[in-house]
Design a protein around this ligand. Sequence first.
Ligand code: SF4
Length: 384
Amino acid sequence: MARNLEFEQGPIRPPSEARSFLLRITRNCPWNQCLFCPVYKNENFSLRSVDEIKQDIQIARNIADDIKKISWKLGFSGEISPSVINHIFNNPGYSDSYRSLAVWHYFGTGASFLQDADNLIMKTEDLVEVLKFLKEKFPEITRITTYSRSRTIVNKSVDALKEIKNAGLDRIHIGLESGYDPLLKLVKKGVTAAQHIEAGKKVLESGLELSEYIMPGLGGQSMWREHAVESAKVLNAINPHFIRLRSLRMPEGAPLAAKVRSGEFIMQTDDMLAEEIKLFIESLDGITSTITSDHIMNLLEEVTGKMPEDREQMLNVIRRYQELPDAERLIYRMGRRSGIYHSTDDLRKDPGTRRKIEALIAELSPKGKAGIEEYISGLVDQYL
Ligand code: SF4
């Protein structure tokens, strides 16, 4: 079998889908106007035909079967061991699709994520056909998730969503970003708070799991309070299974970057963001959602827990950060933004790393506060 065979994959997936089998079923974003989003800006949206997607699924199946055969040949009885992974990764004859499926089988998550930005835009019968075919060809899949937009979901009936669920979809990830209408309008999200609520409720009524992303920092320094409080209100009305925090960053490809340069939009600092997230969590009420901060852009990844019982613990994570002396907060931010620190407790745990961070700050100090901030921003932006 030709080992350069490929099936199509898109550019992004949620952090929680890092170990999922990624399969692109539409290309790019049909809306593509959000000012903070650089991902698909130079790309046109297109649907893929059901036949084309099925062909890709069949190719993926053939590759998965071939990987098993390779394992047998190497003496690992069909198991995808580290040696099988090494063999595939160290041999340039294998395509990226081989690598991707080998890693998926190695981790054995059973999860699949359908790319790109808004797959509920497909005709219900087409999406149902794709899901059924995927389940038939990959019985080892135990969870299928995808991205969609609230604006698209409000146009689907609950019955259609139920059909999609029965065909195999388990969870929808929605970029809610904010629940504050003037801000949604300003960043051209193309949806209102009321539509977010309507879409969220429909998803839940259909029995699908719902994961809503909010974007701390999106209100900048002028709307942060309204953004925090109104986003919490929308989420209180929905009560999704998951609320995921993904803090705003400003890559050059995002149209909002021009407003930052012109001074029209002023970004929140890390300390302001901590206060904003505190207000957001304090404003959540009457919900049972799980909150996660599993995105590398977040300053405090321990702001994670189940509402309402973990609210205080999450607020304490923020308070502990806020109560640190200025110099300690700077060391933490440098460590966190370098991907080394995961908790303010790490400041005490590893004196060697701490000394290195202090030396780096001393080296940068001739550049002043602005120079240090610029360095930290550069650290975060490496993940964009
Ligand atoms: S809907 Fe999502 S993918 Fe499309 S432009 Fe907005 S944030 Fe980007």
